[in-house]
Design a protein around this ligand. Structure first.
Ligand SMILES: Nc1ncnc2c1ncn2[C@@H]1O[C@H](COP(=O)(O)OP(=O)(O)O)[C@@H](O)[C@H]1O
Ligand SMILES: O=P(O)(O)OC[C@H]1O[C@](O)(COP(=O)(O)O)[C@@H](O)[C@@H]1O
Ligand SMILES: [Mg+2]
Length: 330
């Protein structure tokens, strides 16, 4: 990028919503890119709460050393109820002005982008979003920051579960995160050799599940791993396990909920590189006077998607992956 002509002199950065591995790498990239382009950068603590309560401080290039490899977010994150109110956002804007900020970079999920968009409509605050969530459920990017790390955490855990499943001839129901989306379940299920994968994007039935378990048995399988997305509509892992035990009293059924281990840990190389690229892209975007967009990566190229599309549209589940999972579970 050539040296930009812009009125933006000072950018505030925050992380909001659920934390995800790689958020620190993204903050570092934003701070360093600002330093590179001679723009001031201010770190806002605990998402929108930090704007409302004036918790922020200037960050220089050296202040983000040794964090590229750390999970979580050193700025901390929050789900701010106060920011959902006009009074809360007024306080946030007062502190935005008081600190002489010109724009915001919001690292978070669809909820955080919705909040930024509302804030922009009310106070005309320029902002760019960076997709940080393990769920990979944001339109406008092939991958969100944290997804790859979460997948690797899942397969490491499911590999361990497999050891117990095969040693005891057990049927394991494993719940992975994904409040509304099955991306984590589908990819981690394929990569860990699951016999069945249940995701909210597909219509599933107990009959089909039972039939498939029977087929597995007839095909000579002594154990099964069924990966279930948190948002699966057929039921949660406990209900599914109970129904399976009722239908097949001879099966030894167990449940594991992977939970928040999926949200932590050192980010993978993929997530660190993605976070680094999107952090730079967000700063450059603002300097090119882009606003109300999300910086994402599609087919390995940086793209800026209008924030309303990023919030409202959904990435389709890849049918080819569903087919692969079915074929390989023979
Ligand atoms: N409609 C909205 N108006 C104002 N702020 C919102 C709105 N929706 C979300 N937010 C803000 O964004 C925060 C994060 O949203 P949330 O859905 O919890 O996480 P994520 O960004 O990970 O999807 C919320 O706690 C709230 O402060
Ligand atoms: O326990 P918490 O912090 O509410 O988060 C649980 C949620 O985190 C997620 O992994 C990601 O949610 P976000 O949209 O906030 O990033 C969901 O799948 C899950 O339901
Ligand atoms: Mg969300």
């Amino acid at each position: 990028m050539t040296q930009p002509t812009t009125s933006i002199q000072k950018i505030g950065v925050l992380t909001s919503g659920g934390d995800s591995p790689g958020m620190n790498s993204a903050i570092r990239a934003v701070v360093r890119a600002c330093a590179y382009y001679n723009i001031k950068c201010v770190g806002i603590r605990q998402g929108y709460e930090g704007l409302i309560h004036n918790q922020m401080s200037e960050l220089g290039a050296r202040s983000v050393k040794h964090i590229i490899n750390k999970g979580g977010t050193f700025l901390q994150t929050a789900r701010s109820e106060e920011f959902r109110t006009p009074e809360g956002r007024q306080k946030a804007f007062d502190h935005f002005k008081k600190n002489e900020l010109d724009a915001l970079i919001v690292i978070g999920g669809d909820g955080s982008f919705t909040g930024a968009n509302v804030f922009h409509k009310e106070f005309n605050v320029p902002f760019i979003g960076i997709p940080g969530t393990i769920d990979n459920d944001i339109f406008g990017t092939d991958f969100t920051i944290g997804y790859d790390t979460a997948l690797n955490t899942c397969i490491e855990a499911i590999d361990k579960i497999r050891d117990s499943a095969t040693s005891h001839n057990r049927v394991f129901f494993v719940e992975v995160m994904g409040r509304d989306a099955g991306f984590i379940a589908l990819s981690s299920g394929i990569a860990s050799g699951a016999t069945n994968i249940l995701i909210p994007e597909e219509k599933d039935s107990l009959e089909e599940l039972f039939e498939s378990l029977q087929k597995s048995e007839q095909a000579g399988k002594n154990s099964s791993i069924i990966v279930v997305a948190e948002g699966e509509e057929l039921g949660n892992v406990y209900d599914l396990a109970k129904a399976t035990e009722k239908r097949f009293p001879e099966y030894d059924v167990r449940v594991t909920v992977l939970g928040h281990i999926q949200r932590g840990g050192n980010p993978t190389c993929m997530d660190r590189v993605l976070a680094s690229r999107l952090g730079v892209a967000a700063v450059e975007g603002l300097l090119e006077n882009k606003t109300n967009v999300m910086a994402g990566s599609r087919a390995n190229k940086i793209v800026y998607t209008p924030i309303e599309e990023a919030i409202k549209k959904h990435n389709e589940i890849d049918k080819e992956l569903i087919k692969v999972a079915k074929i390989l579970a023979i």
